[in-house]
Write a protein of this length. Structure first.
Length: 410
């Protein structure tokens, strides 16, 4: 049985919704910030794996909409890359971004060494390094076809296994590693006592979402965008998606290997940084943020439920060794992050967020940082610098690093 594109799209929506429902009901999934669509999509992929192993028939999916959903998500990240936010964060944003970039390259070099040890293509190491650990499941999914074409068999299944393992490790290790840095220094800070005797989190220390800083810069705090701005934002996103494909095609004709979303991402960044001149016609970052979240949820569910997980068997040992070495590298490098960012409480909280970013996702990092400030006290500088880097600028750097490796080793 083959499901048409619209039917596949609908199934992906149901799978994403069920995954989110499970994550709300299962506490440990919520604590680790496991994305709901990933849970739902993996459940379907595992079910199909069991059916195939038993020799039973399984449905075929038409994934026509998959690429468009991915491009839409990365375009909305481009809309969040505002230069005024970079200036607001000051030099520490650039320093923290530089540390992330250095560590992303180190991740890939470690992965390449592991690939060589197991007789695998060098690009396997890049896939299980910066692409899926620093990049997360969305970046892994975006680049998987290019790694597959470059000789990494089963790149899609490898990407999801590496990214999911990283999310779990980032969520589990971020807090303990940051607390280790606090011990014996002035970085440890008692939680602010509340009238009930517990720790009272400071409201301004934890943004509600990764797009909150961008929304503050463009939308009034309690503004509900009107129909005109919602419609204009949707149209602008569609235009950027289409025009971005032309930009990507032009760049590829120059002989540079790039993911299909990069053109839309660059155009979106350009559009948002000149949108101040549009006045009331400027796009609503709040609307674009929500559209991006929906596009990512549908994409992840669709991508994961169509994976063939049988391809993981041949590389399981290499994946395990890589994860052990990546965790050891993280534990060693966090001392550098802590010292460079100031050796204080905020630096320790940022180090916990760094673990979340570089092993998992922005959501993982923010969950780790929130847990740290609730227990050890507010860290306003950390919550200004780290989310700006992880949510808005790190994806651009990751794409550049991955593209460089693909062109050098592919």
């Amino acid at each position: 049985m083959t499901l048409a594109a619209v039917q596949t799209f609908a199934v992906a929506g149901v799978v994403a919704w069920l995954g989110q429902l499970v994550c709300r009901r299962v506490d440990w999934l919520a604590r680790l910030s496991i994305p709901g669509p990933v849970v739902g999509g993996l459940a379907v992929a595992i079910t199909l794996l069991a059916l195939r192993s038993a020799g039973m028939p399984t449905p075929e999916f038409d994934t026509t909409f998959q690429k468009t959903l991915l491009v839409a998500f990365f375009a909305t990240l481009g809309f969040a890359a505002r230069l005024d936010l970079l200036r607001r964060g000051g030099p520490q944003v650039l320093v923290f971004l530089g540390l992330c970039a250095v560590f992303a390259v180190m991740q890939s070099l470690v992965g390449i060494v592991v690939a060589q040890l197991f007789g695998l293509p060098s690009l396997f190491g890049v896939l299980v390094g910066v692409t899926t650990l620093s990049g997360g499941p969305a970046t892994g999914a975006a680049f998987a076809p290019q790694f597959e074409a470059a000789g990494v068999a089963g790149a899609g299944a490898i990407a999801v296994a590496s990214a999911m393992s990283g999310i779990v490790l980032g969520g589990l290790l971020g807090g303990p590693l940051a607390v280790r840095l606090m011990r014996g220094t002035a970085a440890a800070r008692p939680a602010v006592p509340s009238s009930l005797g517990g720790a009272e989190p400071v409201a301004t220390s934890a943004p509600a979402s990764v797009g909150s800083e961008a929304r503050k810069a463009t939308d009034a705090p309690d503004e509900v965008p009107g129909e005109r701005r919602v419609f204009g934002s949707v149209v602008l996103l569609l235009v950027v998606i289409v025009a971005g494909q032309w930009v990507s095609a032009f760049i590829e004709r120059l002989g540079v290997t790039l993911p299909g979303y990069i053109g839309a991402m660059l155009l979106a960044a350009l559009a948002v940084n000149v949108s101040a001149a549009l006045g009331r016609w400027r796009p609503s970052i709040a609307v674009l943020d929500m559209l991006g979240a929906v596009a990512l949820s549908l994409f992840l569910a669709m991508w994961l439920m169509t994976l063939d997980l049988r391809q993981l068997h041949a590389v399981a040992d290499a994946l395990l060794v890589n994860l052990v070495l990546q965790v050891a590298l993280m534990a060693a490098f966090l001392g550098v992050v802590f010292r460079v960012m100031g050796r204080d409480h905020d630096a320790a909280v940022m180090s916990g967020g760094f673990t979340g970013f570089m092993l998992g996702t922005t959501a993982t990092a923010l969950a780790v940082m929130r847990a740290l400030v609730e227990r050890h006290g507010a860290a306003p500088r950390a919550f200004l610098v780290a989310p700006l880097v992880g949510a808005f600028f790190l994806d651009f750097v990751n794409a550049l690093i991955i593209t460089t490796f693909l062109n050098l080793l592919g």
